[in-house]
Design a protein. Structure first.
Length: 351
């Protein structure tokens, strides 16, 4: 069998397939995404394919590579196939890994070092679920490092057993709490919060929402899902939200709510002034879903409005829900005019 270059499904790296001296097939990772470099390596191995050892893939070509460098390579590689929201998550989780393990050489990394990392993060007050997610990023990083030939160990042997029981956050707001929060925000930020609460969009979806994505004639909002391709969706526009936004309409490419750089910090500060439990951008999304569920709306309709796509079976069932079913679900949202009136907001007053 002749040597052959190829890419594995879901991988950007080139692999080389050939036969050893016994006639058994061997797969060797070239450690590069560059076809020319891979072809050079294949040519170099061409004369020795018959005597190549199965241990060859385990030789590291960069023994000085550090955890920080491996993480940087992992994030850059993921940019090609992952969404911006996923990359942001990787960077956030990777930040703690770089801070505590970044300077360590990969060839020196051991399960004891990673165990000590977990202990340190827990001592810092990190939730077990957060630490678990950080280990997931580390495992994926080490897997890529092995494929690239800069790590000679099995990544699984470097990750300790670490269990964490996932407990989803339960925070959502009542209509009165929302009115109280709005009293302590500027008109611009009030609009941001109301768009988030009345559409159930993710943070990235709210920040990227443009006026061109709002179809006032048909009463639809296009949320360009950033987490996965299937999260891209059209949902009915709440009538109160439509009445509020219509007079403010800008050019198609202009942002409806825009980016809010310190959104988490500012929301916590405003909640403190309103004397209510702090909320996050995801809590605004959860409020949307909670209001609909409390009104007895169908879970499948609510799920589609939220853009959930984690289950193939659920996705198939969602396909049977039409716009009418989702409009009926949206009808359960509280009256926006009443909330704004209770908040004493200037938003609803004509310019």
């Amino acid at each position: 069998m002749q040597s052959k270059l190829y890419r594995r499904s879901g991988s950007l790296l080139y692999w080389l397939r050939y036969q050893d001296e016994r006639g058994f097939p061997v797969e060797h990772c070239t450690g590069t995404v560059n076809l020319a470099e891979a072809e050079i390596l294949a040519a170099q191995l061409g004369g020795t394919c018959g005597t190549a050892s199965r241990a060859a893939p385990h030789k590291t070509k960069d023994p000085e590579s550090t955890v920080a460098q491996a993480l940087a390579q992992f994030v850059e590689t993921c940019r090609i196939a992952r969404s911006p929201a996923t990359i942001e998550c990787y960077q956030q989780k990777g930040g703690h890994l770089v801070r505590l393990l970044g300077d360590m050489q990969l060839c020196s990394l051991s399960v004891d070092h990673v165990t000590a990392y977990c202990k340190k993060r827990l001592e810092e007050g990190a939730a077990r679920e957060s630490v678990r997610k950080e280990l997931v990023v580390l495992r994926a990083t080490l897997g890529l490092a092995r494929d690239r030939g800069v790590l000679g160990q099995d990544p699984a042997a470097l990750i300790p057993k670490f269990r964490a029981k996932y407990q989803p956050r339960q925070r959502w707001m009542s209509a009165d709490e929302l009115a109280g929060l709005l009293r302590h925000l500027s008109a611009e930020r009030q609009r941001w919060v109301l768009v988030a609460v009345m559409t159930g969009g993710r943070l990235s979806e709210i920040e990227s929402l443009t006026w061109g994505a709002l179809d006032f004639e048909r009463g639809l909002v296009h949320l360009a899902g950033t987490k996965t391709d299937r999260a891209n969706r059209y949902i009915p526009m709440d009538e109160g939200l439509a009445e509020l936004l219509r007079p403010m309409r800008g050019k198609p490419g202009e942002a409806v709510a825009g980016q809010w750089k310190n959104v988490r910090r500012d929301l916590i500060k405003a909640c403190g002034k309103a004397q209510i439990e702090p909320v996050s951008p995801n809590d605004l999304r959860r409020t949307f879903a909670s209001w609909l569920k409390q009104a007895g709306r169908d879970s499948l309709a609510v799920g589609k409005l939220l853009g959930h796509t984690s289950s193939r079976m659920v996705e198939l069932v969602y396909g049977h829900l039409d716009q009418k079913a989702m409009r009926e679900a949206m009808a359960a949202l509280p009256c926006l005019a009443t909330i704004l009136s209770n908040a004493g907001s200037e938003l609803q007053k004509p310019v």
